[in-house]
Design a protein around this ligand. Structure first.
Ligand code: BGC
Length: 285
């Protein structure tokens, strides 16, 4: 983390241990060179899985992820692909199958923000965010469901033939001025997730989403460049009074990928320190 972000209060809880609930499983995480994608890829390896680490623009971040996966005893496979390009996504899934022989967990995570007031938002800014944050999710979901369906269930590995976990945002329900493209993509993702969950549940393919609030990722902390901004803006929105750590999301992803959550289908789990609880009402009702 850059020096000028060190004032952000750390999570006082020691990180909970990650149990080896994914032994023998193969995972693919998009956008795994930094932030949440990196933490989830490493979390899966700690839980016993091998992981394909997708990246687009940050090969050294992806190498770092791979190194940590190997340190945790997992196999890491790197693959560069733009998640909004159909041919690149298809090549990535084919590569995962070639390397791993199967796929159990897919986490479409890649997302970008190109913020602008609506009257200044260009069509390019709109389109690129929709392409990466929504079409990219569809493309990864479609390829993984094709694989899950073909491979069927191997009970020695998991009760489900595949687990799809979309990474969304609290902005799938919280409107966000200046970020209409981002919020529209996340809102769309919610019904993409629920529709797919309904469609493939009978095949024992589990589909769910994680919607994080403000987590200490490069995307997030870059804009909070002073302690004043951090206290006055961000913490006001978080009843738990701390920013989330990538590990808070990783542990949830491990649970959602494991058979411990076998009956969880079509649900969004919010990991947001209470951001959704109308914090403006605290002391003001
Ligand atoms: C965004 C963060 C933001 C958080 C809460 C996330 O989807 O990526 O930048 O802080 O939502 O507003």
């Amino acid at each position: 983390m850059p020096e000028d972000h060190r004032y952000t209060p750390p999570n006082e809880m020691p990180p909970a241990p990650i149990h080896r609930v994914l032994v023998g499983q193969k995972a693919l995480v998009t956008g795994a060179s930094k932030g949440l994608g990196q933490a989830m890829a490493i979390g899966f390896a700690k839980a016993g899985a091998d992981v394909l680490v997708n990246y687009n623009s940050d090969p050294s971040g992806a190498e770092e992820t791979a190194h940590e996966i190997e340190r945790a005893g997992g196999k890491a496979v790197l693959f560069k692909a733009d998640v909004s390009k159909e041919d690149e996504v298809q090549a990535m899934f084919a590569h995962a199958l070639k390397e791993f022989g199967r796929l159990d967990i897919c986490v479409p995570n890649s997302a970008i923000q190109l913020n602008a007031p609506v009257d200044e938002m260009t069509l390019e800014q709109w389109q690129r965010v929709i392409d990466v944050n929504l079409t990219g999710m569809f493309l990864a979901a479609r390829e993984s469901i094709r694989i899950f369906k073909r491979q069927g269930i191997d009970r020695k590995i998991s009760y489900a033939c595949g687990k799809l976990i979309f990474i969304s945002s609290v902005h799938d329900v919280i409107p966000w001025d200046g970020h209409a493209n981002y919020a529209a993509a996340k809102g769309g993702l919610m019904l993409l997730m629920k529709s797919l969950a309904q469609e493939v549940a009978h095949l024992r393919i589990r589909v769910n989403a994680i919607s994080p609030g403000a987590i200490r990722t490069p995307m997030n902390v870059e804009k909070l460049t002073t302690p004043e901004l951090f206290d006055k803006l961000l913490l006001k929105l978080i009843p738990s009074k701390r920013i989330g750590e990538p590990d808070d999301v990783a542990r949830l992803a491990v649970w959602l990928a494991s058979d411990e959550s076998d009956y969880v289908q079509g649900t969004t789990v919010y990991v947001d320190g209470g951001m959704l609880l109308y914090p403006g009402f605290i002391g003001a009702g």
